[in-house]
Design a binder for this molecule. Structure first.
Ligand code: CA
Length: 425
């Protein structure tokens, strides 16, 4: 799910949804234990974030939705059958309004994402599904490893696809949740999936936030990118692995995936390096980065003219990466840099490459949500412009942090550390 706003937030082992909440490195607040729900969809916007009190009863609201659905081409019978017995789901409302104080540090998130067992199982599955993966690569020009990595992250290789009734979840969110416009469009898209005859017999199952199947597609993403790859006439992301993997490939292809190119790679930085270069707005060719002394830690086969940005997910005390175009394609799948980094590192591991070599600053205490808000308020009071004090560390907050660090002559990595908060005080 695209940009910034979505963050993992599951109330059970099943589903997480990315929501407005970002830790320093945009780590989904809840591990990827399971369906990371990424959802992969058009994202809600921050401006829709308040929950208006519904003016209509659920029943009245449903009747209005019914008219809209019928006007959009949904059969009245199908609507009535689908909504028979549908009630609001209090667990969904609770999950949607949850704003956890703490989220996992990026290294813990990566540890969970690229665990020994996930890598081992992924390698086995990659070998097992080789003919399908080759056919998918011929059709969509997407490498095997990234598809297996997405499959592993989204549903633990299809073993955790979520058991919520997606119609009920989306109806609850569209009626009562934040970002009602977004949820209503997802709900109508879900009805279109049923109308096309693509859902499994037991109905649309998924995460509490409506992400479905082995690749956790949101309904609008499903309608745009899901494909029937096993040729049975149905797009089945729940129980057909060929359909699920090919749909992920189709989506990555549409997001500009460059087959055979890396997503990025770990680099070493020279002594005295200006950390302010680690700014997502600063793009240079690999040759230019090399000229600045930024060097890959392993042999990498990439075009020297490819544009890359420098990424320090845990600030200057942690590992550094150059990110290429394919990283941006993964971000279109799920707009969390931690997620995209995990997918990249898992793909590398599936390909037999070594893991992260530099040491993560594991002693670093992460800022909680209220501390991130305090940091933003202090930056504002000192004349910097971090944007709204919402606890989300986005581009503006990083820029403000960097400017403050530069004013003190500190390494300007834009990383909101606990020490920095103390200095602001
Ligand atoms: Ca199929």
């Amino acid at each position: 799910m695209p940009y910034l706003l979505l963050r993992g937030l599951s109330h059970s082992a099943t589903a997480c949804f990315l929501l407005l909440l970002t830790a320093c490195a945009e780590v989904p607040a809840q591990p990827l234990s399971a369906a990371q729900t990424t959802a992969t969809a058009a994202s809600p916007t921050a401006t829709e974030a308040n929950t208006p009190t519904p003016l209509l009863s659920f029943e009245e609201w449903r009747m209005l939705l019914r008219s809209d659905a019928i006007a959009a081409g949904i059969d009245a019978d199908l609507f009535d059958r689908t909504f028979a017995g549908i009630t609001l789901d209090p667990n969904v409302i609770k999950a949607d309004s949850s704003q956890p104080e703490f989220s996992r540090p990026v290294w813990e998130y990566i540890d969970g994402a690229v665990s020994v067992s996930r890598v081992a199982q992924g390698r086995l599955l990659k070998a097992q599904h080789r003919p399908t993966l080759k056919a998918i690569r011929s059709a969509y020009s997407v490498d095997h490893e990234v598809l297996i990595a997405i499959w592993g992250m989204e549903s633990n290789y299809g073993s955790n696809i979520g058991s919520n009734n997606v119609i009920r979840s989306l109806a609850t969110l569209a009626y009562d949740g934040r970002r009602q416009v977004f949820w209503r469009s997802q709900l109508l898209a879900a009805l279109q999936i049923l109308q096309a005859g693509d859902g499994p017999k037991q109905g649309l199952l998924g995460s509490w936030a409506g992400a479905m199947g082995q690749t956790q597609f949101m309904p609008t993403t499903f309608n745009q990118h899901a494909v029937d790859f096993d040729g049975d006439g149905h797009r089945d992301l729940w129980y057909s692995t060929p359909d699920a993997l090919a749909s992920a490939a189709h989506y990555l292809h549409a997001s500009g995936w460059e087959n055979g190119q890396p997503w990025g790679f770990e680099v070493g930085l020279p002594q005295g390096f200006d950390y302010a270069q680690a700014d997502p707005e600063i793009r240079r060719s690999l040759a230019q980065w090399r000229a600045l002394g930024v060097k890959p830690l392993r042999t990498v086969d990439a075009n020297e003219q490819s544009q890359a940005t420098l990424f320090l997910p845990a600030g200057h005390r942690g590992p550094a990466f150059l990110l290429l175009n394919n990283f941006r394609s993964i971000l279109k799948y799920n707009n969390s840099t931690a997620y995209a980094l995990a997918i990249g590192l898992l793909s590398d591991a599936l390909d037999g490459n070594p893991g992260v070599q530099a040491t993560w600053p594991r002693d670093d205490r992460q800022l909680g949500r209220s501390e991130r808000i305090e940091l933003q308020e202090l930056l504002t009071s000192k004349g910097y412009e971090p944007g709204a004090a919402d606890g989300i560390i986005g581009a503006n907050t990083r820029k403000a942090v960097r400017a403050f660090q530069q004013s003190l002559g500190l390494p300007a990595d834009g990383y909101p550390s606990h020490e920095l908060l103390q200095q602001l005080k």
